[in-house]
Write a protein that binds this ligand. Structure first.
Ligand code: HEC
Length: 119
């Protein structure tokens, strides 16, 4: 029985490694997808280069985050995920889970990290 559990654990690990490799091989495609999602949904506020200067930025009560700011680059992926998925209270940044899938939000966040790498 223990042997069987070990075998299953090994199999799961191998599938995980294979998926990880596939993801890094697909790097270009992955970033392009993130960019498409970003430009469709986030650009109008956060700007093409993520500097918080999109075409709608000036009309908002709270300015969109500039992803190049040290305070954002210092945030963990988890913090960015929570903000993107559930929104930032009392700001025009609503949560995106109602419109995008988990994976689409992740792709957009990966693209943001490409634009402004974490510190
Ligand atoms: C309607 C304008 C608007 C749109 C569209 C928008 N945002 Fe925002 N976003 C904001 C504002 C305003 C803030 C709050 C700024 C702050 O942190 O005080 C913000 C904050 C954030 C933060 C949190 C920064 C922090 O302070 O931790 C993340 C992450 C983020 N946005 C990601 C996204 C992503 C990803 C998209 C597209 C799927 C998106 N935003 C679309 C306006 C927008």
């Amino acid at each position: 029985m223990t042997g069987r559990i070990a075998a299953i654990a090994l199999l799961v690990t191998m599938i995980g490694l294979a998926a990880g490799l596939a993801a890094s091989w697909g790097e270009d495609g992955r970033i392009r997808t993130g960019r498409m999602i970003y430009e469709e949904h986030c650009f109008r506020c956060h700007g093409l280069n993520g500097e918080g200067d999109g075409p709608e930025a000036d009309s908002l009560v709270v300015r969109p985050a500039n992803f190049h700011a040290p305070r954002i680059r210092a945030k963990t992926d988890f913090e960015l995920w929570m903000a993107a998925a559930y929104g930032v209270a009392y700001t025009p940044m609503h949560g995106w889970l109602t419109r995008l899938t988990d994976e689409e939000i992740l792709e957009a966040l990966r693209y943001i990290r490409e634009l402004a790498p974490p510190e």
